[in-house]
Write a protein that binds this ligand. Sequence first.
Ligand SMILES: [Zn+2]
Length: 276
Amino acid sequence: MNDRYSISAGAWLPERLQQLFTCVGVADQLEEALPIFRKRKAPELFIVPGSIVSRIAANETQSVKVELRTPCLVDKVWLGVGSSVAANAYIVGKLLAGELPQEIEHAFNAFHVSLFPKDEEVQITCECAGKGSCIHLAIFYFAINEKLENDPQFLLGFRGRDRHEFMADIRTARRALAPAADSNKRVLPAVDQSSLPTSPREGENFWSQGKAISELSFTIRADELPGQILRRHDPIPLAENIPGLEQVLEEAYNHVANRAQAFGLGLMKSAIGQTR
Ligand SMILES: [Zn+2]
């Protein structure tokens, strides 16, 4: 299939989609389908677990049903992937930004499955009953490609997991990963309210340190996503010349955050001049 038909050559999801549709032979119809796809209103996609369905206009009065089917991934895989992804701040950051980074595939591969279905896992059909491919499937291909561009996380639902449930699983797993931080929360006895002034005017010693200061409750914990700052701002100009700079910086921020937490908790005498 020629790259000039790809809406976003280079991105992993469009490339995988192109590969899937190449297997059913849409390549011959793409040249004819592209201007039709661009001219018409994009066909609506109905996405449910295991199926993407659409209706493509066949002529002025009729349309045909096209469908892409694949098996859903089981709950055990989703929970396992959620746990492993939770430990990767880079992937979590991308997911929170609405993206679907290619690195997430490694987490699925560890369970011997892939998020993007493989060629042998899909059925792509058109009810026009033409042999092989047809122009309707080529238009369907462009519609899914556009959807991947605008909202790649629809793939989670297509493979069987609601994206909000998936993110909730990851949040739960992240909380489980930080038991040390939670255990540092100091639980102190309740303060006798009657001994506290009800307003500054009534408190003779309001501006001086009272005994309540020693009973303040506080928690010190490292930023869970220290690398987020890299994604909130414009790309670093130097990054073009230094491959992997952002990843190095993200690891450094993570390290600093953990060191600051340790320092704040009194686990280190100094936050400066000590190695990991
Ligand atoms: Zn057809």
